[in-house]
Design a protein around this ligand. Structure first.
Ligand code: MN
Ligand code: MN
Length: 295
């Protein structure tokens, strides 16, 4: 069960309303790397988790993310307060219009959502469960969670960089810091599974698992620990990059006689003739600039 506590996880002090900043902050309310995406990601993973340690951690972090959602949502609402009152009471048209259309999607936030925190990203795109990429395999999901926390950290960092108000910076700094802490927990939980690589159960094919195919060749080819050294067998030879299984590199399928007859008929009907050069509409209507002789 959930219990709600009326004290926020972090105090929200906003020195003055700023609808543009509010619309930017929506990125962390209803955006792909935002708090709702984080909370639902970890909550759904927790529900399905059978390991007691991971289940406990995922429930703790999911609940904390909901508390972050409340903090960022409160920041958005405080930043939108000025417009909200004037819009509701229909006061000061000119000034109100200027304030609403200050930038970002602040007019959408004001007009459509009345200054409330909307479950959209900062461009007004509605939140979607597609932001949650859980696959139900901890060695896979924990890696995705680590990546999600690192993205959330960066978005907070960028929001801090566009914020002047020191007390808002402070609250954003807390939210950003917690994403660092979560990343550490997920890293530890991943390495508490031994072995954890490769994800899942099936091993990779030994003849390809240490191969690095140098597929893009030319100026700018580089070597580093990611493609050379004891872990790697680097393949530069173009001939050795194709049909690496030793087969003919062609795609085939066995079909029934009836299927073959149908396919042959279709192929015959749509076969390209190389013995004709029929005039086309492009030539019939050709004018200067068409590149067609005599036009
Ligand atoms: Mn968070
Ligand atoms: Mn987090």
């Amino acid at each position: 069960m959930f219990m709600h506590n009326k004290r926020l996880m972090y105090t929200v002090r906003v020195s003055e309303p700023d609808p543009m900043l509010a619309s930017l902050f929506l990125e962390q309310f209803g955006g792909p790397d935002g708090e709702l995406a984080a909370a639902t990601r970890y909550f759904t993973q927790a529900l399905a988790e059978d390991d007691a340690g991971r289940k406990d951690m995922l429930l703790d972090i999911a609940t904390e993310e909901l508390s972050h959602l409340e903090v960022i949502g409160s920041l958005i609402v405080m930043l939108g307060k000025g417009v909200k009152g004037k819009l509701a009471e229909g006061l000061g048209e000119g000034e109100l219009l200027a304030e609403m259309t200050k930038g970002g999607e602040s007019h959408t936030l004001s007009l459509l959502y009345g200054g409330g925190a909307a479950l959209t990203n900062s461009a007004g795109v509605p939140w979607t469960a597609a932001y949650v990429d859980t696959r139900g395999e901890p060695t896979c999901d924990l890696r995705s969670n680590i990546a999600a926390e690192s993205r959330a950290k960066i978005i907070y960092e960028r929001l801090i960089n566009v914020t002047r108000d020191p007390s808002i910076k402070d609250a954003l700094g807390f939210l950003m810091t917690r994403e660092i802490a979560h990343q550490k927990s997920f890293e530890k939980a991943l390495y508490a599974i031994e072995p954890n690589f490769p994800p899942g159960k099936l091993p990779g094919q030994p003849e390809f698992v240490n191969t690095y195919f140098n597929m893009s060749q030319g100026d700018g080819d580089m070597e580093g620990s990611w493609n050379t050294g004891p872990l790697w067998e680097k393949v530069d030879d173009r001939e050795q990059q194709a049909a690496v299984d030793g087969g003919d590199g062609l795609a085939t399928v066995t079909v029934s006689h009836t299927e073959k007859a149908t396919l042959d008929r279709a192929a015959l009907r749509t076969a390209s003739r190389t013995d004709i050069d029929p005039p086309t509409g492009a030539e019939l209507g050709a004018g200067p600039g068409s590149g067609i002789k005599g036009a």
